[in-house]
Design a protein around this ligand. Structure first.
Ligand code: SF4
Ligand code: SF4
Length: 96
């Protein structure tokens, strides 16, 4: 979804950097480029882009990621729909 953003500072995503072994699976499975991996450690580089799909937590081999999956995904889609609807109502550009 172009320009997708979740609400700022509400994603439940948490990363235990001490537990991370730097395998890169979270980087591979995340659809929104939330992670980077440098020096064999993952980092959250865009936490507000997380839609709480849960793929990273399910695929982390050492359970270093925690996220409350499910609700956020639906909320993110609804929020994006509302944002585009409000942009259309105000005459702004939204879709291409
Ligand atoms: S829950 Fe989904 S969107 Fe959020 S960081 Fe994990 S893989 Fe990415
Ligand atoms: S999947 Fe888990 S162990 Fe692998 S890089 Fe990501 S946080 Fe670290």
């Amino acid at each position: 979804m172009k320009g997708f953003r979740y609400l700022n500072n509400v994603a439940t995503l948490e990363l235990d950097e001490a537990a991370c072994i730097g395998c890169g699976r979270c980087l591979e499975v995340c659809p929104h480029q939330v992670f980077s991996v440098e020096n064999r450690k993952a980092a959250l580089i865009d936490k507000d882009a997380c839609m709480e799909c849960g793929a990273c937590a399910r695929n982390c081999p050492v359970k270093a990621i925690r996220v409350e999956a499910g609700v956020g995904c639906a909320s993110g889609i609804i929020n994006e729909w509302l944002r585009e609807r409000n942009l259309r109502a105000s005459g702004g550009e939204c879709c291409s």
